[in-house]
Design a protein around this ligand. Structure first.
Ligand code: NAD
Length: 463
């Protein structure tokens, strides 16, 4: 890993500015060619990507494929297929006030973009935004996370093989490098990471009024009422919570469970954990590791004074942190104040529905919101009442897999969204254009204005 000096960043930034000014990236054919080349190189390096993910996060090849490389491959294929359509001017209905005119929206790239990514899905969360940036015709500087250094290096190698650095470049480094990058003037910034760092990004972007997409985190609740079938509910919660050792931005952060089923659901959760990873999860090929020591310590500390009802095993030198269930943590405890982002699942019981609202109403808007129930009215009531990035009934984290849905947060869980068409839109400015004809103007448009306003008022209201 290297920390780039401001000087080398300055040179790179200048080069990318000059490259964008050539207008090469305006061509759809150029973008498609680059995206195809990227896809090919990723396929060629898939084994190296898996190895890097194993070293960084202990990810199994299955998880690396399903939650990293396949999603990227799908995103590129879709982008290549749809780009000729999305990158065309789109006609909209003209206003009769401007009659006669042709009105349309012309997508244009922002220009020079900066992408900063996190360590939890270090390949996918770096490359998927990049695909959007390239597809929309931008240049890009990508800074992967310093906490997934092996994956960061493979990403750098892939990008250097495919792209002219004046078009796309990877700058490895930590917060200091990110700070240097943020001192430059970008035309668009996309950041994926924590809410506190998101605020730093927003502040830096504000210096230049740079538009920003912030993909942040938060505490995503998972509500289970007494009508939910326990076996399948537990299976889906365990899968979404313990995938990548709980280090998933949209993982259920805590469970809110009706007290009538709490005991039985807890037993089912334990059964499903052991079915997935065995009784000794440290030996499971499919159970990941905590990304770095600081995060391990934070998770360990968050368990102080908590009632652990399952798990709690950990081994520091291996960064192993077993699946852990905690009963009724206090709302003011760290576990319930900060995003957990690890394999700890608090289980909070409620008796009356009002207790759910008492807890949720005091909280920031989460990235995801899960409800397990057979009562349609209950589900819809919750989905309508609360604001969140995405909602799922009777499953967890699957919203990620549908690129027809925008992926993003709201409030403290972020702003802006991407995936599929939303990625193209995210990295494009939608430029409205009106082409007028010379032959007609509505009467009374120019001074001296007519004294009677009634005809004009009628026209303006109805045309
Ligand atoms: P982080 O905010 O610590 O780091 C993210 C990136 O920001 C890294 O590249 C890091 O080097 C950089 N960074 C760190 N300090 C910085 C600073 N002072 N100035 C500028 N950049 C700085 O996040 P993380 O620990 O890598 O990831 C975990 C967080 O990311 C969780 O909160 C999780 O919910 C969130 N996340 C969100 C999504 C999403 O799509 N919404 C996806 C994955 C992770």
């Amino acid at each position: 890993m290297e920390n780039k000096s401001f000087n080398s960043i300055d040179i790179l930034h200048q080069k990318q500015k000059s490259f964008f000014a050539t207008q090469i990236t305006l061509s759809t054919a150029f973008r498609v060619k680059q995206l195809n080349a990227l896809r090919k190189e990723i396929n060629k390096r898939e084994k190296d990507i898996f190895k890097a993910l194993k070293k960084d996060l202990g990810k199994s090849n299955f998880e690396s494929m399903t939650s990293e490389t396949v999603l990227v491959e799908k995103e590129i294929r879709n982008m290549v297929k749809m780009l000729p359509l999305w990158n065309r001017p789109h006609r909209v209905k003209s206003s009769l006030i401007n009659f006669p005119s042709k009105d349309y929206i012309l997508p244009e790239p922002y220009g020079n973009t900066l992408i900063i990514s996190p360590w939890n899905y270090p390949f996918q969360l770096a490359i998927t935004p990049l695909v959007g940036a390239i597809a929309a015709g931008n240049t890009a500087v990508l800074k992967p996370s310093e906490f997934a250094p092996y994956t960061g290096s493979v990403i750098k190698e892939i990008i250097e093989k495919v792209f002219d650095p004046a078009h796309v470049a990877v700058v490895e480094g930590d917060a200091a490098t990110a700070t240097s990058l943020l001192q430059k003037r970008w035309d668009f910034i996309m950041f994926t990471g924590s809410t506190p760092i998101g605020k730093i990004i927003a502040k830096a972007a504000a210096q230049h009024l740079t538009p920003t997409t912030l993909e942040l985190g938060g505490k995503s609740p998972c509500i289970v009422d007494e009508t939910a079938p326990l076996g399948i509910t537990a299976k889906r919660v365990v899968w979404g919570k313990f995938l990548n050792c709980g280090q998933t931005c949209i993982a259920p952060d805590y469970l809110l469970v009706h007290e009538n089923i709490k005991e039985r659901l807890t037993q089912e959760l334990i059964k499903q954990i052991e079915k997935a990873f065995g009784e000794s999860q440290q030996n499971s090929e499919d159970y990941g590791r905590i990304a770095h020591q600081n995060h391990f310590n934070k998770l360990k500390n968050s368990l102080k004074n908590q009632k652990i009802i399952y798990g709690g095993q950990m081994e520091e030198k291996d960064l192993f942190f077993g699946p852990t269930l905690v009963e009724n943590p206090k709302p003011e405890s760290e576990l319930m104040q900060e995003e957990i982002f690890g394999p700890i699942l608090p289980i909070i019981s409620y008796k009356a529905e009002s207790e759910i609202h008492d807890l949720l109403e005091k909280r920031e808007r989460p990235l995801a919101f899960y409800v397990f129930s057979k009562r349609k009215k209950f589900i819809h009531k919750l989905f309508n009442r609360y604001s969140f990035g995405a909602g799922v009934a009777n499953d967890s984290i699957i919203q990620f897999a549908n690129d027809k849905l925008p992926f993003g947060g709201v409030g403290h869980s972020g702003m802006g969204a991407y995936h599929g068409k939303y990625s193209f839109k995210n990295f494009s400015h939608e430029k409205p254009i009106i082409k007028r004809s010379f032959w007609f103007d509505i009467p009374g448009r120019y001074a001296p204005y007519p004294k009677s306003l009634s005809l004009l008022k009628f026209l303006l209201k109805h045309l």
